[in-house]
Design a protein around this ligand. Structure first.
Ligand code: PRX
Length: 654
């Protein structure tokens, strides 16, 4: 084991289950063997510019060819310099002269069960009309359009319409507060707001328009607000500022040629929480982003034309940008979109949707999977899930036992699982199994995609050896990378490019095992240092989740006079178990048995729910405070179940 000063992290997790792709699956995959993956990977690594040049020419439509593939001056990359293209053209127009013209682009289901299907041609027409409506409202290339809408097809129409005319969208998840919207609008100088009267959430109406009214009172740059009538509840329309979506659409023409935009024209800003609490506006641009979203979609999800692909993420997150609104459409896929909650009206809603629409690929988050496990197998057992052929996860590490449940219960032991590691900043998937090529190991995101050159370094910036954890960096620019933090070059440089000069610092810890597989070990700040051994939170959590009574666990460090840090864990247990002193002891011994005495938790607190950010990530910072006695609510575990306290703390977290 390493000493704590080297900055390495000790890995105590052993996982030797290996799941090779089944032969039938591999035989139909575009990349159907490890050798084929390796060949592609090596080609990209040997000459990244030649590799991306070939793909950009083959995969994208260019109004004007680019002069240069890459201009790289740390930390600023420009891809396909001098070229002119359009993201919306590549997602829509490109299919209109092919057999995909009448293919379903979006199959949508609302929470109450209403459904709609839009073919590529229909989606194209809607996007053209809304793009014309935006122009009429005075939106010019480079203007920022703030979007706060429910998961309806119009949300994708709005994003695509912005892309079509060169406006920059900033989608704000429709669960954020008025304050959060105003902060983001002001940071971005948003000119137009798009919203809806309300959204459905667990049978209740979330009154989006009234939240927006409050936000716009504090967003002086916003001149107009377009309101989609989703539900028909009463809203106040402000004269001169607010207009109805259906009114602006009624008079708009379907003729709107895609603007010829520079490869590096900004496409969107997406705010993500930063370590200081002030959200960062991550900036993505045109050509590199769409190439990355399209190719990673095709590689990782092994796209076949007859598939229905369902990414359950909301378009308010990067996952919904890259794998709902852009990547699959650029690839000509059929995208399933669902508006509501997974447990409405009952906990079987996802499985009902899969059976009803015969969905083939399901891409969801570990937090959802852990909720399904907690809700019980009976909700799954009622349904025929045989249409599924591939499963994916995103957003955080998946504990091996949750992975096994997903594999057995949802995948029927026949569907490969792609555990995809990436970030808002990376634009698209960076590491993932290619399902026809790379054998999977539960809990590992396996291998980097072609064009991704990872590097794991310790505090002294030396590459660590296999089986040692360190800071995960990326050594070479890639087309989908962020191009900066909106209006904050200094923060961009400081956050991602300073600590490890010349490399992109991801902020995650990772290790490589003997087979060269990557294991993400949590955020750099999440490391626990016990008696000089740096442990990763996810390993302790995975050991706990492997106990039959545990649904979910979060591990954090708290100060300890003797050990430096002690391990405190917060545990939610499954429906059929009761918290007790015996169970507490049993869990401590279980972790001891699974990974060793060093990792045995010192404190175990039972809780009905873990505090999470709106995107479902466990708020370890808050738990650290609680465990260390620094939070007002310290000591009283019942407050963790008090959602009003949590809601307040969640707001603080933003
Ligand atoms: O810590 C990693 C974790 O989520 C972070 C990125 O979060 P965000 O920008 O919100 O994007 C989420 C959707 C891509 C990463 O730095 N993370 C994401 N995917 C995984 C993961 N951790 C482990 N395994 C993953 N597959």
């Amino acid at each position: 084991m390493s000493d704590s000063t080297s900055g390495q992290i000790d890995s105590v997790m052993t996982e030797d289950r290996l799941f090779p792709p089944n032969a039938e699956f591999a035989s139909r995959s575009a990349i159907g063997s490890m050798a084929a993956y390796q060949k592609l990977y090596d080609e990209a690594k040997a000459n990244p510019e030649a590799f991306w040049d070939k793909l950009a020419k083959a995969e994208l439509h260019w109004f004007k060819p680019y002069d240069k593939v890459l201009e790289w001056k740390v930390p600023n990359a420009k891809w396909f310099v001098g070229g002119k293209t359009n993201v919306s053209y590549n997602c829509l127009d490109a299919h209109l002269t092919t057999a995909r013209r009448n293919k379903a682009a979006i199959i949508w289901e609302g929470e109450p069960g209403d459904t709609r299907t839009l073919t590529y041609q229909q989606l194209h027409q809607e996007v053209c009309k809304f793009a014309n409506a935006l122009k009429k409202l005075g939106v010019k290339p480079g203007d920022v359009v703030s979007i706060y809408m429910p998961m309806t097809p119009e949300l994708v129409v709005a994003m695509q319409a912005c892309a079509r005319i060169g406006a920059v969208h900033s989608v704000i998840f429709a669960g954020f507060s008025a304050e959060a919207i105003a902060d983001r609008n002001n940071d971005a100088n948003a000119k137009i707001q798009l919203t809806a009267d309300a959204a459905w959430r667990r049978g209740k109406q979330l009154e989006l328009k009234s939240v927006v009214d409050e936000a716009l009172a504090k967003s002086p740059t916003v001149e107009k607000c377009v309101v989609l009538k989703r539900i028909g509840n009463e809203v106040t329309m402000q004269d001169g500022r607010d207009v109805w979506w259906h009114d602006v659409m009624a008079e708009a023409s379907t003729d709107c040629p895609a603007a010829q935009l520079d490869s590096e024209a900004p496409l969107f800003i997406l705010y993500t929480s930063g370590s200081t609490g002030k959200p960062k506006g991550i900036k993505h641009t045109t050509a590199g982003y769409i190439l990355w979203a399209k190719k990673t979609f095709e590689w990782v999800f092994d796209h076949r034309d007859e598939d229905i692909f369902w990414c359950t993420a909301d378009c308010g997150w990067i996952t919904g940008h890259s794998y709902v609104a852009y990547g699959p459409l650029a690839a000509g896929a059929t995208v399933m979109m669902y508006e509501g909650a997974p447990n409405w009206p009952l906990e079987n809603r996802f499985w009902e949707l899969i059976e009803k629409h015969k969905i083939n690929i399901l891409y969801t988050a570990p937090t959802a999977i852990r909720a399904f496990i907690k809700w019980g197998d009976e909700h799954v057992d009622k349904h025929d899930l045989s249409s599924l052929r591939l499963l994916g996860t995103v957003g955080e590490g998946i504990n091996p036992e949750a992975w096994m449940w997903y594999h057995r219960k949802i995948g029927g032991e026949r569907c490969p699982i792609v555990d995809t590691w990436w970030q808002t900043e990376t634009g698209g998937i960076m590491m993932s199994p290619l399902p026809g090529a790379i054998p999977t190991k539960p809990g590992s995101c396996t291998k980097p995609l072609p064009g991704v050159i990872p590097s794991i370094v310790d505090e002294q910036l030396h590459e660590v050896q296999q089986n040692h954890g360190g800071m995960l960096c990326v050594s070479h620019p890639w087309p989908g990378m962020l191009r900066g933090i909106w209006e904050d070059d200094a923060r961009y440089n400081e956050q991602y490019w300073t600590k490890v000069p010349g490399k992109y610092l991801t902020g995650d810890n990772a290790r490589q095992d003997d087979d060269g597989y990557y294991w993400i070990m949590g955020r750099i700040d999440d490391v626990i240092n016990v008696s000089g051994h740096r442990l990763s939170t996810i390993e302790v959590e995975s050991a706990l989740v492997s106990h039959s009574k545990v649904a979910e666990a979060a591990a954090v460090g708290r100060p300890d006079e003797i050990k430096g840090q002690a391990i405190a864990v917060f545990v939610t247990i499954k429906g059929n178990a009761e918290p007790s002193e015996e169970l507490r002891q049993e869990l401590k011994l279980h972790v001891r048995k699974e990974i060793g005495a060093l990792a045995q938790p010192d404190d175990i607190r039972f809780t009905a729910a873990l505090p999470k950010t709106r995107s479902g990530k466990i708020m370890r910072r808050l738990l650290r405070d609680i465990a260390s006695g620094n939070a007002d609510i310290a000591g009283d575990t019942s407050t963790l179940e008090d959602y009003s306290v949590l809601a307040k703390l969640r707001d603080d977290e933003e």
